[in-house]
Design a binder for this molecule. Structure first.
Ligand SMILES: *[C@@H]1O[C@H](CO)[C@@H](O)[C@H](O)[C@H]1NC(C)=O
Ligand SMILES: *[C@@H]1O[C@H](CO)[C@@H](O)[C@H](O)[C@H]1NC(C)=O
Ligand SMILES: *[C@@H]1O[C@H](CO)[C@@H](O)[C@H](O)[C@H]1NC(C)=O
Ligand SMILES: *[C@@H]1O[C@H](CO)[C@@H](O)[C@H](O)[C@H]1NC(C)=O
Ligand SMILES: *[C@@H]1O[C@H](CO)[C@@H](O)[C@H](O)[C@H]1NC(C)=O
Ligand SMILES: *[C@@H]1O[C@H](CO)[C@@H](O)[C@H](O)[C@H]1NC(C)=O
Ligand SMILES: *[C@@H]1O[C@H](CO)[C@@H](O)[C@H](O)[C@H]1NC(C)=O
Length: 220
């Protein structure tokens, strides 16, 4: 399981339990966020939240036997969330870079337990484009926050953005951190890496192959 890098740290704070898990996974896979329970008890209530929002994306209430996944109505997850009725585990299917962020779980009933999963999604894309074409390398990041740092590399740093500084050379960085190349040249072929860190962690790699020929005089 080379795709999985599971770092684990937990801390106990008085009677309430907090636990933080870091999960890194590649785009397209299914990821299960484990409650750690083998079976829900009759008084258990499980709540799942995303990215510091108080909005609940999934919920199981054993007292009323109600299960709901409001996150599936959200454009962001659109029917990709599932719940395991036995354990309360949250399953994110066909994971995307835009799913990167914090998932918070709260178990109520008996002792209250909190668990946070910091999910990082690594994307990989092979692109074949024609010389002279306008090309966008999409990060698919949602809501870039003020604390986010965006770094684009092609061998070395080619574009950078943080709260106070943006340097992009001959490229244009869109508001979601995507890189726009107006007229791509054959010398732009190669591997591009983007890292977004801060409120979320996204790493995406683009292998760009530029084919065809475009007359030099058309580059302005
Ligand atoms: C909830 O489901 C469990 C197992 O299916 C059942 O034993 C229990 O009586 C149900 N509770 C309610 C309130 O419907
Ligand atoms: C729920 O989780 C349990 C324990 O991991 C597993 O055995 C079971 O197959 C899961 N159920 C579903 C519907 O995925
Ligand atoms: C991209 O191409 C490489 C090498 O040809 C291949 O191993 C990889 O699976 C491809 N990735 C995707 C997402 O298609
Ligand atoms: C990323 O965003 C682009 C442009 O909005 C879209 O065409 C593409 O399907 C998205 N990719 C994923 C994996 O969601
Ligand atoms: C942004 O980057 C510049 C250049 O590396 C650095 O001087 C500055 O301190 C950074 N600002 C923040 C808020 O991190
Ligand atoms: C970019 O992210 C990847 C995956 O998280 C990491 O291995 C790499 O060191 C990061 N690069 C930089 C310059 O932060
Ligand atoms: C990039 O794509 C080219 C052409 O498909 C392939 O030959 C090369 O191995 C790929 N490189 C990487 C790092 O995936």
């Amino acid at each position: 399981m080379k795709n999985l890098l599971l770092l684990f740290c937990s801390l106990l704070l008085s009677e309430v339990m907090y636990e933080v898990n870091h999960i890194i996974w590649t785009e397209g896979h299914s990821v299960t966020l484990h409650t750690g329970l083998t079976e829900l008890q009759t008084d258990h209530q499980i709540l799942w939240m995303f990215n510091g929002e108080s909005k609940i994306i999934a919920k199981i209430d054993r007292e009323t036997n109600e299960t709901s996944i409001p996150g599936n109505n959200d454009e962001r997850f659109r029917d990709r969330l599932k719940l395991n009725d036995t354990t309360g585990d949250l399953i994110i299917t066909n994971i995307k870079t835009s799913d990167s962020g914090d998932y918070k779980m709260e178990i109520r009933g008996g002792e209250t337990k909190h668990k946070t999963f910091i999910v990082s999604v690594i994307g990989e894309e092979n692109m074949s484009v024609m010389e002279g074409d306008p090309v966008t390398l999409h990060t698919n990041a949602t809501r870039i926050q003020a604390e986010d740092v965006i770094q684009w590399f092609k061998d070395s740093l080619i574009a950078y953005s943080n709260k106070t500084t943006t340097t992009t050379g001959r490229f244009v960085m869109n508001s979601d951190g995507s890189l726009f190349i107006l007229k791509i040249r054959s010398k732009d072929s190669g591997v591009y890496d983007v890292n977004i860190t801060g409120s979320k962690h996204i790493h995406k790699r683009f292998n760009v192959t530029v084919t065809g020929e475009y007359p030099e005089y058309l580059y302005i």
